[in-house]
Design a protein around this ligand. Structure first.
Ligand code: CTP
Ligand code: CA
Length: 223
């Protein structure tokens, strides 16, 4: 019986996970988006549920599918919607892992009719979205808060700054420098940095394996 329990170390815990991109509407038929597939976040949701956690998966537009009795999927489109759902559930969870590729900017005004083509340059004004992760860092109490960092240069330093700036317990640095890592691929090369700024690098591996590494680190070091 002890064996079964040790295989479900997150039984009784609730985890909020964000995944995928966000789409920011320009007009009724257009949006600003990015190439995030949602694969990483969905793999984390699956790995967490396999450890016994009850998962609330808040996902932007993604073709990923998940079938697990412990995972509740909530679909959102925009950064504003993702923000709202995260704040609805954050109070009741033990751990939050924010892996979504949230748009940093959205159109300042959404045109209510399709924007017509003209001969001259089209300029669009953008305004910052709310930083969901930082906003959760501000209200955090008992929760373990884990962010992601996508960097192309000064990556360790930038990731460490994000830990401080957003009041995180750890950050998963996603290295885009390595071939085979990033949005469109099935693999990632990560370094996990905790709030004491200890760095733990991992090999390039499949996102499913990366998700297991992340959950293993949470179970053994953080919870
Ligand atoms: N994030 C978020 N809400 C946003 C933007 C980012 O919750 N509006 C979260 C991401 O889900 C990720 C972390 O913040 O967990 C870092 O995202 P990243 O894009 O690497 O950092 P930014 O703070 O947006 O800074 P920059 O893009 O300039 O590097
Ligand atoms: Ca960003």
């Amino acid at each position: 019986e002890n064996d079964i329990l040790s295989k479900l170390p997150l039984k009784g815990k609730k985890i909020l996970i964000t995944a995928g991109p966000t789409y920011e509407a320009i007009d009724p038929v257009r949006f600003i988006g990015n190439h995030s597939s949602g694969k990483m976040g969905f793999a984390i949701a699956n790995a967490a549920a396999n450890l016994g956690a009850e998962v609330i998966l808040i996902s932007g537009p993604s073709h990923q599918q998940i079938q697990h009795s412990l995972v509740k999927r909530i679909n959102v489109i925009s950064a504003d919607e993702m923000y709202k759902e995260c704040h609805t559930y954050f109070k009741e969870v033990d751990i939050a892992i924010l892996s979504a590729a949230v748009a940093d900017y959205k159109p300042k005004n959404i045109a209510d009719q399709k924007i017509k083509k003209k001969d001259s340059t089209l300029r669009m004004e953008l305004t910052p979205t709310k930083d969901i992760l930082a906003s959760l860092g501000e209200i955090k109490e008992h929760q373990l808060l884990i962010g992601f960092a996508l960097e192309t240069n000064n990556e360790i330093e930038n990731a460490k700054n994000k830990i401080k700036r957003k009041n995180l317990d750890a950050i998963v640095l996603n290295s885009l420098q390595d071939k085979g890592a990033g949005f469109a691929t099935n693999t990632n090369k990560i370094t996990i940095i905790d709030k004491n700024l200890n760095e733990k690098p991992f090999e390039l591996k499949s996102k499913v394996e990366v998700a297991k590494d992340i959950m293993n680190e949470i179970v053994t070091k953080l919870v």
